[in-house]
Ligand binder design. Structure first.
Ligand code: PMT
Length: 400
């Protein structure tokens, strides 16, 4: 989550039962490298303790406009923020902010900032649907405030309905999108993820250990940077937030058909999938019976999807391959870069601990046609994705 590193975020918490979820949001933002300054309303303090926030955030909680040590805290908070996030935002808070009433430190900070503001409403369904709340939110949207829509589910008092605070991961993703450099806005990025499955018979397949995590991380990073993403995937993981269309596939042949169709209009294609190199020549229609003895399964090569893309690459497209190696990382990756006519290849030594298949982390060397290789040490797959897309974006021709 590189977008949040060093960013100063004022986390405003107003008084609703969902205030307890703001603790998780605070923790996630700090974990992602943000400097989080919590500002609680008096109402919020009925639901959550100041100590909890002060312990987790980057600075102690602030809640008063009246502090002898700092007479005008709201202007400092508002002016120094990269982003102000209000989660949860009650109907009262939304109403005061819309009307420009600075009755406490949080509303005063909201009025004193020119930073991006994200408001995450949470309230009972009747209040959420009230025209006053909806009209206030429409006004805020018109003024450039981003509203992270609430979800349906369990509400305070056991009621079920619409108005529940969006999930912490949704809110953190919205913060990240708001802060990230939108250098892929207007671009289309095709990403493949997961391992292909080649049928042996009606129930058995030749598969591999790819979890799809690296491909999904590339898709999430591209979407966060404003791209339209087409994610050709053999696995079912949560779809990353943003403009992401998933094309489910199973075999190398499926993946080839999908990628060929989608890659035509793409600015960047990233083949992170582990495509089987061989498949059974003639998969059995039914289940092969055990009592027939050990079957002999003849294999044939699968199509090399990436080499096909390299041979027919439209002008201006950036084509990125991955290389899963266990030795001679650089030499093997460079030869694939040449053979498949790629712009970049991302080599991972999958024999190393924490690297490659299934892990949440990866370590890669990005080999380029021009320039030294870029070494990315062991880190989260999202950060690896960021480095890969940074290298790909650098090769995109400027837009006319
Ligand atoms: O999914 P994860 O668990 O997160 O693991 C990530 C990963 C290890 C799968 C990923 O980082 C990775 O290395 N993907 C590529 C794996 C692979 O197939 O490597 P390869 O060296 O065999 O293939 C080189 C390139 O050609 C790859 O981009 C591959 O997608 C492509 N290829 C390979 C064979 C084939 N028939 N068609 C292809 O397009």
């Amino acid at each position: 989550m590189g977008a949040l590193v060093g960013k100063r975020i004022v986390l405003g918490v107003s008084g609703g039962i969902a205030a307890y979820k703001a603790i998780e949001i605070c923790r996630r933002l700090v974990d992602a490298g943000a400097h989080v300054v919590p500002v609680l309303t008096k109402g919020a303090e009925h639901f959550v303790g100041r100590t909890t926030f002060s312990a987790l955030a980057s600075e102690p909680v602030q809640s008063s406009l009246w502090d002898e040590a700092e007479p005008i805290p709201h202007t400092r908070l508002g002016q120094s923020a990269d982003l102000v996030l209000v989660a949860p935002a009650t109907a009262r808070l939304i109403g005061a902010y819309t009307a420009g009433i600075s009755s406490d430190l949080l509303t005063a900070t909201l009025l004193a900032t020119r930073a991006k503001v994200l408001v995450c409403p949470a309230m009972h369904t009747e209040m959420w649907e009230h025209p006053a709340v909806q009209e206030n939110l429409a006004t805020l949207r018109r003024r450039g405030v981003e509203v992270v829509a609430p979800e349906s589910g369990r509400l305070a008092g056991g009621d079920i309905g619409h108005g529940r605070l969006a999930a912490p991961e949704t809110i953190v993703a919205a913060v990240e999108r708001a802060l990230v450099e939108p250098d892929l806005r207007g671009r289309t990025v095709v990403v493949t993820a997961g391992g292909t499955r080649e049928p042996i018979d009606a129930v058995r397949v030749i598969a591999n250990r790819s979890s799809g995590k690296q491909g999904y991380a590339v898709a999430a990073e591209a979407a966060a940077r404003g791209a339209r993403v087409v994610l050709v995937s053999t696995v079912t993981l949560p779809v990353p937030p943003g403009e992401v269309r998933v094309v489910p596939v199973e075999t190398a042949a499926d993946m080839q058909a999908a990628v060929q169709a989608e890659a035509l209009g793409a600015d960047i294609v990233v083949m992170a999938a582990a495509v089987a190199d061989f498949r059974p020549v003639a998969p059995a229609a039914g289940k092969i019976k055990k009592d027939g003895g050990v079957p002999e399964i003849r294999l044939e090569p699968t199509p090399d999807i990436l080499a096909g893309l390299g041979a027919n690459k439209p002008a201006g497209q950036v084509l990125v391959g991955f290389a899963a190696e266990t030795s001679d990382l650089h030499a093997n990756a460079s030869s694939k870069l040449e053979r498949k006519r790629l712009d970049l290849i991302v080599a991972n030594d999958v024999s190393q601990p924490g690297v490659g298949f299934h892990h949440d982390t990866n370590a890669v060397t990005i080999v380029r046609r021009v320039g030294d290789p870029i070494s990315v040490g062991l880190r989260g797959k999202r950060e690896v994705a960021k480095a890969v897309l940074d290298a790909a974006v650098a090769l995109l021709a400027p837009r006319q």
